[in-house]
Structure formats: structure tokens, C-alpha cells
Design a binder for this molecule. Structure first.
Ligand code: OAD
Length: 253
């Protein structure tokens, strides 16, 4: 009987151009909550109250309080075996584009551990970065500073124009960061294989990248313990946690 894990491992090894597409599930074993599964953030909170420009306009204190809580939660997490295996694999072979929907910085942290101090060579963050701010008026980027959300008056302000800062993430109804989705689309369409890790595949336009890769002829490998929107197009399907499977796919034999 052919071993699917060995087959997928060989397909990844031989591919010239690879896309690794990650979602919240790759960080789940680090302790970062996912969005839709058991314990998911969108089970306990309403995105329209917290993750839209309208929510910021309506109740900026509440929005900032929630993001400050998430920053604290993620800051206490460390990369897991899946982040580590991806970072080491990407650092030692060309032709890989790492595309993540995650706003945490665990891929970057793992890349530093793997000896790539500036992060993975090609990391495309489709939904922005939790540890960054930008101005809600002039859109100027600012590094994430401490947040005092005790009252609207104490919230962080833009050093350039004085308007309210906001987290540097993509909210519902917003465009993805300029150029990033285009680069991801080009990488997906040009890939020989797309390794999908820990995403339900339900949030567009990001979710469409895997279908675009498949339509352009890429082989699809999916690692996720639960059902995903990609199960019908996956040639290789591993129904197990990322920390268990990804090191076996990408790590040293
Ligand atoms: P979801 O919460 O929708 O899906 C997470 C996926 O990870 C599910 O399919 C889980 O089964 C899987 N999972 C859980 N634990 C896992 C593990 N240990 N190993 C592998 N997989 C595991 O999260 P995303 O698909 O990433 O958008 O969500 C996409 C976007 O929706 C997010 O980027 C965010 C959210 O709204 C924005 O913030 C714009």
C-alpha cells in the first residue's frame, strides 16, 4: 500500500515552486485561538462589534480593548513544531512562497529561530499584522505601542495627524493590503503544489487562492483535523494536527 505521507513528502521535495498556505489552525497548538472551530473567537464574539471600521467608529474603546487582549494572548505564545518545520524548510530551499491569513507573528519568530532574521524569504501576510498599528484617517503605519483602553481619551493616536490609530489588520469588508493578494495569486497560479495547513477555507478572497492553484494545475495537500472547503480538491489529505503532520512532511527524514 502506498504511504500517502511519503508520497506527499516526495511531491513536495520534487516540486520546483511551492505555496504553503496557512490559517489559524497552524497556530492552534501554540495556544492561539482559531475563529470558527470549538473555542473559536467568532463563537464568543461578534465580528461586526469588533472587526469592522464601523465598530471602531461606534465604540473605539471596546475595539481596542479586544485587540489589546488578543495581543497579550498571542504575545504569550511561541511557535510550534509546524511553524518550525515550515521555517526550516523554507530557509533551506528556493521556490517557496509562504502565504498566511494569520495576523500573529509565529511564522516570523520561527524563521528567526531557523536562521532567517528578516523572516521567511517570501512571507505574504494577507490579513495584516496584529503587532502593528495604522492611522484610521491618514493610513500611516506605526509600530504597535502599549494600549491604554480605559477611556476613549487614552487610546493610541497617530503621531502624524493626531487621529485615532487602529490595529494594522484587515477587517471585514476591507481590501487586502495593496499588492499582497496579487503576489499571492501569482504564486498560487505558478505553483506545482500547494500545501494548505489549518484553514477552513471559508473567507474570501484568501480562500480562492487554493482553488486558483488547483485550476492552474497545482497538486493540493491539506493538513487539518476537521473538514475544510478544500477536501474535494485535495490529492493528499491528512486529518490530523499540523504539529504532528507538517514536520513529517517537511522535516529531515
Ligand atoms: P478558522 O477558524 O475558520 O479555521 C481554522 C481551521 O484550523 C479549521 O479548519 C480547524 O479544523 C483547523 N485546526 C484546528 N486545530 C488545528 C491543528 N492543530 N492543526 C491544523 N489545523 C487545525 O480560521 P481561518 O480559516 O484561518 O480573518 O480563518 C480565516 C480568516 O477568518 C482569518 O484570517 C480571520 C478570520 O475572520 C481576518 O482576520 C480578516
Amino acid at each position: 500500500m502506498p504511504d500517502p505521507l511519503a508520497q506527499a513528502r516526495e511531491a513536495l521535495r520534487l516540486a520546483r515552486r511551492v505555496v504553503i498556505f496557512t490559517g489559524a489552525g497552524v497556530s492552534a497548538e501554540s495556544g492561539v485561538p482559531t475563529f470558527r472551530g470549538p473555542g473559536g473567537l467568532w463563537k464568543a464574539f461578534r465580528p461586526e462589534d469588533l472587526a469592522t471600521p464601523e465598530a471602531l467608529a461606534r465604540d473605539p474603546r471596546l475595539v481596542w480593548e479586544w485587540y489589546a487582549w488578543r495581543r497579550g494572548l498571542v504575545a504569550a505564545c511561541a511557535p510550534n513544531a509546524a511553524h518550525g518545520a515550515i521555517a526550516e524548510w523554507v530557509a533551506r530551499r528556493p521556490g517557496v512562497t509562504l502565504i498566511t491569513q494569520n495576523v500573529d507573528d509565529l511564522h516570523e519568530q520561527a524563521a528567526r529561530v531557523a536562521g532567517a532574521p528578516d523572516g521567511p524569504p517570501a512571507l505574504l501576510k494577507l490579513h495584516g499584522a496584529l503587532f502593528s498599528d495604522r492611522c484610521s484617517r491618514c493610513a500611516r503605519a506605526a509600530p504597535a505601542g502599549p494600549v491604554d483602553a480605559t477611556s476613549p481619551a487614552t487610546l493610541p493616536r497617530c503621531p502624524a495627524c493626531g487621529a485615532l490609530l487602529r490595529p494594522g489588520v484587515v477587517w471585514f469588508g476591507e481590501m487586502l493590503p495593496a499588492g499582497v493578494f496579487e503576489a499571492a495569486g501569482a504564486a498560487a497560479a505558478g505553483s506545482d503544489i500547494c500545501l494548505v495547513v489549518g484553514t477552513a477555507g471559508t473567507v474570501h478572497p484568501a480562500a480562492g487562492l487554493v482553488h486558483a492553484a488547483r485550476e492552474a494545475g497545482a497538486r493540493i495537500a491539506v493538513v487539518d483535523p476537521a473538514a475544510t472547503a478544500y477536501d474535494d480538491v485535495a490529492e493528499f489529505r491528512f486529518t490530523a494536527p499540523a504539529g504532528e503532520i507538517v514536520p513529517r512532511l517537511l522535516g529531515s527524514p
